[in-house]
Design a protein. Structure first.
Lengths: 227, 413
């Protein structure tokens, strides 16, 4: 079974003028695979990722995640689906500024509500520790640097042990040392826990070390490269 | 604690100033609602009380029949005979009501009836030396009169009960007494329309606050009145009836239809100006206070709208993480309901305090000593219900808008 399968995905933007951003994009990702999506700015990487993450439902074609056809599902079903199966790290870190780091990381798990509060809290502490944020747990998110916030966002994406982790330049704001930490975490998750990773990246080294590179140009896949 | 409530709580407590402003607007709206309505109902009750010092809720009396007079002779059978009545009119064959006892007994049995009294009302002249004025004399049944009109309450000197002790006792309105130059304890000469003259001793003065009454009314015992006019034992011109709720007078009057063929008249007939003044005052109070509440609602709407716009990124991120539309509505609606609730409770207390203070302000007009304020639980309950209702909707609209935010639009930037 594929972790993810996109079939003939077509996406239009209607404003400011009709524009076909994605043209017949089809590809599959195996469970436990670590895939990088690369391409020039404006090639449609983020757009594709929003479709795969089920947040954007305005497209043609079909998307299958973990054997579930997500195309055509209702918004509320998709919200629940995302909560359980998908972890997302955005191009720009988006944290809730009035909450502590710990609260921010815990929120998706509290929503899922499948573990006790203690378990969630312990797991959140572990993740923050792993991402080098030990001691900051009770700080408010708004008091952190961009790089720190990005790492909190990664911890938050991991809290529900999602089958797929998607990142839109998750290391874009990080220095090389932290980039290495994040890369290693992703690699571990893929190897040891069998979680699937799909990230958009501009970092050539990052891409080169992943399992497979998918290259986009003008909304089309122009090549894949197994490493 | 549910996560949605936790988020709502963090939002609320991180903006204390806005929370305060929103809460105050609800507090203000609700306390004004309570005050306005308590004041208006106080004014209405005072007005009604003054009205009913001289008028009962229902009156039974001997009236000329209305409509075209019907000839007492039957229409003749023969075709070549016509019946011609020249100048047909109603004639009052008897004045007053001869035997009121059975009517009083029957009326008293109706459950809504609170008190019944009989009166003998006649126009007379009162004279003191050279000053002579016309007055309306009321022969009253003292204990029952008191039950219906609370007459003792308006006595400024003397004692109403004296009327029952002697047949030459009379009480006068203060205005009437002063236009005759008389005071308590003096003597006065009374002349009836039939020319009968009798001396009375003033045993008391009353003041109802209604000038018309105070300047014209004199009261003696109904037994003395019957004697004066040589009427039989249960004769009366009016039966005055009070019921539990004066607004129901019309319905109760209809219920009494079968008891007697005399005219049964609810107070609203011929006094619609009083009735409509009450209704209009209530409408004004309602309209003004609801407007204040609605303005408070707009305040909350505005603040919640600002909050939603301010938090739009957070809403997007919550939705991306799997919070659905319902969660978002809950997060923002909780905030406005909390504001409504806190503001409402404080508003109830403030409204009560304002009413209490105002009810202590001296206001010496007519029978009033202080400004009239009612403390009616209904006003408080309604104020709270309206307050919660309005804050609910003022919060729901922005919350609904928030729940419809498309996360991709926001996150894409
Ligand atoms: N909301 C929108 N309406 C119209 N056009 C859009 C919208 N969002 C993106 N586009 C256009 O779609 C194309 C793809 O954008 P997208 O954000 O997917 O690029 P990207 O590959 O992620 O670029 P980058 O590397 O800079 O993040 C661009 O040409 C962009 O201008
Ligand atoms: Mg992008």
């Amino acid at each position: 079974m594929n972790a993810l399968k996109a079939t003939n995905v077509v996406k239009y933007f209607r404003t400011p003028e009709p524009f076909k951003v994605l043209k017949n994009v089809s590809f599959e990702v195996d469970k436990g695979e670590f895939v990088s999506i690369v391409g020039k700015s404006g090639s449609g990487k983020s757009t594709l990722l929003y479709l795969l993450s089920t947040m954007d439902t305005d497209y043609e074609g079909s998307i299958n995640i973990n054997g579930t056809l997500v195309t055509g599902k209702k918004q509320n079903e998709l919200a629940a689906f995302r909560n359980e199966h998908i972890g997302f790290v955005f191009q720009f870190h988006y944290l809730l500024p009035e909450f502590t780091l710990l609260d921010n990381v815990m929120l998706p798990a509290l929503k899922l509500n499948s573990k006790s509060k203690e378990e969630i809290q312990n797991r959140s502490m572990e993740l923050l520790d792993m991402l080098g944020l030990k001691g900051y747990e009770h700080k408010r998110a708004s008091n952190l640097s961009g790089g720190q916030q990005q790492r909190v966002a990664i911890a938050r994406a991991l809290i529900n042990d999602p089958a797929i982790i998607m990142g839109d330049e998750p290391t874009g704001n990080l220095d090389s040392q932290n980039t290495k930490i994040v890369f290693d975490i992703f690699k571990d998750l893929a190897r040891e826990k069998g979680q699937t990773i799909i990230t958009v990246t501009h970092d050539e080294e990052f891409a080169a070390n992943s399992d497979r590179i998918i290259e986009l140009r003008d909304g089309e896949i122009i090549g894949t490269q197994e490493n | 604690m549910n996560t949605d409530y936790k988020i709502a709580w963090v939002h609320l407590t991180s903006r204390i100033r806005q929370l305060l402003v929103a809460t105050l607007s609800v507090t203000f709206g609700i306390s004004m609602y309570i005050f306005m309505n308590s004041f208006m109902s106080g004014v209405n009750d005072t007005q009604t009380e003054i009205t009913f010092t001289s008028m009962a809720h229902i009156r039974i009396y001997n009236d000329l029949p209305t409509g075209t007079p019907i000839p007492i002779m039957k229409e003749p059978m023969e075709k070549n005979t016509i019946l011609m009545v020249d100048n047909a009119r109603h004639i009052l064959y008897t004045e007053g009501m001869k035997n009121t006892d059975p009517i009083v007994t029957a009326v008293s049995k109706i459950s809504d009836v609170q008190a019944v009294t009989v009166q003998m009302n006649e126009n007379v002249f009162l004279q003191n030396g050279v000053s002579k004025v016309s007055a309306s004399l009321s022969g009253i049944d003292v204990p029952n009169e008191n039950k219906v009109f609370n007459t003792s309450h308006y006595m400024v000197s003397g004692d109403l009960k004296e009327l029952d002790k002697r047949t030459d006792a009379i009480v006068l309105g203060t205005g009437l007494a002063s236009s005759l130059g008389l005071s308590n304890g003096d003597n006065v000469t009374l002349t009836t329309s039939d020319g009968v003259t009798k001396n009375y001793k003033i045993v008391g003065l009353f003041e109802t606050g209604s000038k018309g009454t105070d300047q014209t009314k004199a009261m003696i015992s109904i037994y003395a009145a019957r004697q004066l006019y040589s009427k039989n034992k249960s004769y009366a011109t009016d039966i005055q009836i009070n019921i539990n709720d004066y607004n129901e007078a019309r319905a109760v009057a209809v219920e009494m239809k079968g008891i007697t063929s005399y005219k049964i008249e609810a107070w609203q007939e011929g006094n619609s100006q009083l009735d409509s003044a009450n209704v209009l005052r209530n409408i004004t109070a309602m309209a003004v206070s609801l407007t204040i509440l609605i303005v408070a609602g707009f305040g909350i709407y505005n603040i919640m709208n600002m909050t939603v716009n301010e938090k739009i990124k957070e809403i997007a991120i919550l939705k991306a993480m799997g919070y659905n539309g319902k969660d978002i509505v809950k997060i923002f609606l909780t905030q406005s309901v909390v504001i409504g609730f806190i503001g409402g409770i404080i508003g109830l207390i403030l409204g009560f305090t304002i009413s209490k203070i105002v009810s202590k302000i001296p206001f010496k007009i007519a029978t009033l000593d202080t400004l009239p304020i009612n403390f009616n639980p209904k006003d408080y309950i309604l104020a709270f219900v309206f307050g919660i209702f309005i804050t609910f909707w003022a919060g729901y609209l922005p919350a609904y808008k928030a729940s419809k935010v498309d996360p991709v639009d926001i996150i894409r930037g």
